[in-house]
Write a protein that binds this ligand. Structure first.
Ligand code: FA5
Length: 357
C-alpha cells in the first residue's frame, strides 16, 4: 500500500472528528442537511483535501485518495445513522402528541391508471403477437409518397378527397411526393413494412392519425387506427376472416359472426367493409340495441387484398405473393369496448373521465 503523507493523514483525522461531532450535534433534519452540505461540498474540507492530490508527489497520491475515501465513507455512514435517529425521534414525538389519532384514515394517494386506449392497444398487441404478428411503428409526420402515391393514390386521384389532410408547411421547395403531411391513416406503414420486412410476414401497426375534419361525437381530428398486414404465398380472404374472428373472440370473449360487404380503397383489390355482429345484443332474444343502431351489425373496419400495384411499389412480386390488409378504427373500438358515447372524451384530458378506468 502506498504510504500516506503524515500531514494528510493528520488533516483527514481532524476533519473526521469535526464532522462526526457536528453530525451528532444536529438536532433537526435541517441542521443535518446544513452539516452535510458543509462537509461534502466540492469546496468544503474534504474537497480541499482531495484537491491536494494534484500537487502531491506521485507516490503519495494513491494513499491520499484512499484516506479521502475512508473519510467520505465515515461521514456518509454517520449522516445516515443520524438521519434515521432523527426520523425515529420525530415519529415518536408525533405519537406522543395529544392530537395524534392512529384511527384516522391514511392520506389518500393519487394513483394513476391506464388510459382506455392503452388498455385496448395492449390487449390487441397481446392477441396479435400470440398469432405471430410483429408490432410495427411509423412516423406521424409522413411523406406524401408513403401516405398516398405509393398506395396507388396519385396526386389527381379522387380518393385523396376522402382524406382531409393536414399539410406541413416547409420553407424549401419540395419535389413532388416529398411534401410532408400529418399521416391520415396507418396505411403508409404498409409500404414501409413491404420495403423492410422479410417475406412472409404478419404485422399490426397501432398509431395516431390526423384529419382536417369537423369534430363530432364519432369524428376527431386526432384519432387512433390499427393497421394489419399479412403478406406471403397463398394468402387469401379466408385467412383474413380467420384472423378477424380469432382476434374478436379473444377481445370480446365470445364467438362473433363477421361479414364482408364490398368496399373501395385504391390500395386493395378486392376491397371490403368488414362488419361484426353486435357483441352487446347478439345473445339476446330481442335483437338490436343502441350501439348497433338496431341493425345487430357494427362496421368494424375497411379491409381487402393488397393491390398488386402496392406490392410492386414495395418490391414484392405480386405473381408470387399475395396479402391482406385492414384498417381498424381503434378509437371507435375503444368506445365500443368501454361504452363511451363521445370520441372527444378520449383525448380530452378530463380527469373526471380518465379516473374511471
Ligand atoms: C382508412 O383509413 C384506410 N387506410 C383503411 C384500410 C386499411 C382499408 C387497409 C383497406 C386496407 P377509413 O378512412 O375508412 O380507411 O378509416 C378507417 C377507420 O378509421 C374508420 O372505419 C373509422 O373507424 C376510423 N376513422 C376514420 N376517420 C376518423 C375520424 N375522423 N375520427 C375517428 N375515427 C376515424
Amino acid at each position: 500500500m502506498a504510504e500516506v503523507d503524515g500531514q494528510v493523514s493528520e488533516q483527514a483525522g481532524a476533519i473526521r472528528v469535526r464532522a462526526l461531532a457536528a453530525i451528532e450535534g444536529a438536532e433537526a433534519m435541517e441542521d443535518l442537511q446544513r452539516v452535510e452540505r458543509e462537509f461534502t461540498a466540492k469546496n468544503g474540507p474534504v474537497g480541499a483535501l482531495l484537491a491536494s492530490i494534484k500537487t502531491a508527489p506521485p507516490l503519495e497520491r494513491r494513499g491520499i485518495g484512499q484516506a479521502v475515501n475512508e473519510l467520505k465513507g465515515a461521514i456518509t455512514c454517520a449522516l445516515e445513522q443520524r438521519r434515521e435517529a432523527l426520523a425515529a425521534d420525530r415519529l415518536a414525538a408525533e405519537r406522543r402528541a395529544d392530537d395524534f389519532d392512529p384511527t384516522l384514515p391514511a392520506a389518500s394517494l393519487d394513483v394513476g391508471s391506464l388510459h382506455p386506449l392503452t388498455h385496448v392497444v395492449r390487449r390487441l398487441e397481446e392477441i396479435f403477437t400470440q398469432m405471430g404478428y410483429a408490432v410495427l411503428d411509423g412516423p406521424e409526420v409522413e411523406l406524401e409518397f408513403y401516405n398516398f402515391d405509393s398506395l396507388n393514390i396519385p396526386g389527381d386521384h379522387p380518393a385523396r378527397e376522402h382524406f382531409d389532410t393536414f399539410w406541413c408547411r416547409s420553407e424549401a421547395p419540395e419535389a413532388a411526393s416529398a411534401r410532408l403531411l400529418m399521416r391520415t391513416h396507418t396505411s403508409p406503414v404498409q409500404m414501409r413494412a413491404l420495403e423492410r420486412m422479410e417475406l412472409p410476414f404478419r404485422a399490426i401497426v397501432p398509431g395516431r392519425c390526423f384529419r382536417n375534419e369537423t369534430t363530432d361525437a364519432s369524428h376527431e381530428h386526432t384519432f387512433h387506427q390499427m393497421e394489419g398486414l399479412v403478406v406471403g404465398e397463398g394468402i387469401t380472404v379466408g385467412h383474413m376472416m380467420g384472423a378477424m374472428k380469432t382476434f374478436l373472440r379473444e377481445l370480446f370473449q365470445k364467438d362473433l359472426e363477421v361479414r364482408l360487404r364490398p368496399g373501395y380503397f385504391p390500395f386493395v383489390e378486392p376491397g371490403f367493409e368488414l362488419d361484426v355482429r353486435c357483441p352487446f345484443c347478439a345473445d339476446r332474444k330481442t335483437r338490436g340495441c343502441s350501439v348497433c343502431k338496431r341493425s345487430t351489425w357494427i362496421e368494424l373496419c375497411p379491409s381487402g387484398m393488397v393491390h398488386p400495384v402496392v406490392l410492386r411499389h414495395g418490391g414484392v412480386d405480386p405473381e408470387r405473393y399475395t396479402g391482406f390488409a385492414f384498417g381498424l378504427g381503434l378509437s371507435r373500438l375503444v368506445m365500443l369496448r368501454f361504452g363511451i358515447d363521445d370520441i372527444r372524451h378520449l383525448l380530452g384530458c378530463d380527469l373526471r373521465f380518465l379516473s374511471q378506468f
